[in-house]
Structures are given as structure tokens and as C-alpha cells.
Ligand binder design. Structure first.
Ligand code: FES
Length: 274
């Protein structure tokens, strides 16, 4: 069996040459590009729109009763803490909020793997060499600017834990409706969507590699801390599906925002279940 050294790979002599793989390896990078570009374009449009993020707006448009829904793009609710946020800070509150999930997702180990492959072809897929690799003078990986910033992922995790807590607060609020009779209990499709968003975001965050390290790291003997060992096993099981939770939570957060926008703008009424 032939063996290949690191030098072979560096000099573009990888075992499988570009284009010689006969399977459809390009499907994954194409899907990654389409999904990330579409989501980013939608998120930017919504952030700059700065409107229709609170379902109570539907009351001003003639609705008799609405569920209490807040778009996840506007949570934590800086616009409530600083009334007149847009005028005071001259930016949409969503742009302030999106810094946290954006830095968390952009530095996510799984996400890095996906966009390094799809956008930088670094490499485009397993068993394929990186184009132009032979001309590279030196490889600095994530130890030089700007990719050294990827190492801040664990700090982005601390902020996203606060964001997760707010998603549950908004899920609680979504269990109530506001109308002619004041605020009272009521569950609708919006509550379900907000619940799905909170659960999938939690699965994504609590399957994070940095979270796993926080739970089980820093010990010479993990079995000496039985509770941490048990938690670490749970997080490790979640971690095996981290990539899946990344995509599902990304799609659901966009869906939750879209749903709130449709209700807040009066395009649809939230169907009540209870
Ligand atoms: Fe993906 Fe931490 S590794 S969120």
C-alpha cells in the first residue's frame, strides 16, 4: 500500500487529485454556500429593516388579539431597555444583538470546517488537495491574523448562554396573548415555533465543543468527579450531532423571525391551539 508524507500533500501530490473523485463530493460545499449566503442575506435585510419584530404591532394594524411574540433577531430586547434605541444609537437594535450569535456561529468548530471547505477550498473535501497549495510559502493556520480570532470561540459561548436564557423568556411570553380582554394565557402556532427555536438553539449550544470542555476539562481524572463525568457523557452524545443541530437551529431561528414578521405586519393571524 502506498504511503504519503506531509511533504507529498504540501507539494500537491495528494493521493486523490482534484476532479479525480467520482462521487458527488461537491454537493455538500454547494449546499453550504447556498444556505449560508441565503441566511446571511435574509438576516441582514431583517436587521436593517428594523421593523415588525414585535407581534404587538399587529394590534396597531387592527388585530383584536395577538400572541406575545418577539423576533429572536431582536433578543435580548435592547430596544425595550433603551427606548428610542434606533434614534439614540443610529443603528437598528438587531445589528447590536446579531454580534453575539454571529461571532458564536462564525467561530464554531463545525461551521469553520464547513465554510473553509466551501468558500476557501481549504480543502474542498476529504481526499482532495487544496488548489494553489504548492505555491504557499508557509501555513499559519489559525495562529495569525485574522483567523487567530477563531480562538475566541469559548468567550462567544459565555455570551450565547445569556442569549439562550432570553429565548426561554420569550417562549414563556409566547404562552400569553394580548387583546381586548388584556393579557391572558393562550397557546398558538407561534408558541410552537418559538419553542422549537429555543429547544434547537439549546441543542446546538449545549453540544458545543467548548461547552464539552467546560464540563469535562481541567481535570486530571474525570472519574474523580462523577457528576461532571455524567454530564460530560450527555454532552458528548449531543456533540456527535453538533453539525445537525447547527443547521436545524439556523433554519429555525430564521423561520421564527419570519413568522413574527408575518404576524406583526398583519399578513397572517396566529392560529390559536388553546
Ligand atoms: Fe460549534 Fe462551539 S463548536 S458552537
Amino acid at each position: 500500500m502506498a504511503s504519503y508524507s506531509a511533504r507529498d500533500v504540501h507539494e500537491d501530490r495528494a493521493p486523490v487529485g482534484m476532479g479525480s473523485r467520482t462521487d458527488r463530493w461537491w454537493i455538500e460545499p454547494v449546499l453550504v454556500i447556498l444556505t449560508l449566503v441565503s441566511f446571511s442575506a435574509y438576516a441582514m435585510w431583517r436587521a436593517f429593516e428594523g421593523n415588525y419584530y414585535d407581534s404587538l404591532q399587529a394590534l396597531e394594524r387592527g388585530a383584536r388579539e395577538v400572541p406575545l411574540l418577539l423576533s429572536p433577531f431582536y433578543s435580548p430586547p435592547f430596544h425595550e431597555w433603551f427606548p428610542g434605541f434606533k434614534e439614540r444609537f443610529a443603528i437598528s437594535p438587531a445589528l447590536f444583538v446579531l454580534v453575539f450569535p454571529l461571532s458564536f456561529r462564525a467561530t464554531c468548530y463545525y461551521c469553520r470546517r464547513s465554510y473553509y471547505r466551501a468558500f476557501f477550498w481549504d480543502p474542498p473535501a476529504c481526499g482532495l488537495p487544496e488548489p494553489g497549495m504548492a505555491k504557499r510559502k508557509r501555513y499559519t493556520g489559525e495562529s495569525a491574523w485574522p483567523f487567530v480570532l477563531q480562538n475566541l470561540h469559548r468567550y462567544a459561548l459565555y455570551f450565547i448562554l445569556i442569549v439562550v436564557a432570553f429565548h426561554y423568556k420569550h417562549l414563556y411570553d409566547a404562552c400569553f396573548v394580548m387583546g381586548d380582554a388584556g393579557r391572558h394565557f393562550g397557546i398558538g402556532l407561534g408558541t410552537m415555533i418559538m419553542g422549537l427555536d429555543a429547544v434547537l438553539l439549546s441543542l446546538y449550544v449545549f453540544s458545543c465543543h467548548s461547552w464539552r470542555h467546560l464540563i469535562g476539562g481541567g481535570l486530571n481524572l474525570l472519574s474523580s468527579a462523577p457528576i461532571r463525568l455524567r454530564l460530560w457523557r450527555i454532552v458528548s452524545a449531543l456533540n456527535a450531532r453538533h453539525g445537525l443541530y447547527f443547521w436545524l437551529s439556523l433554519i429555525t431561528v430564521g423561520l421564527a423571525d419570519l413568522y413574527v414578521r408575518l404576524v406583526a405586519s398583519g399578513i397572517i393571524a396566529d392560529p390559536r391551539i388553546i
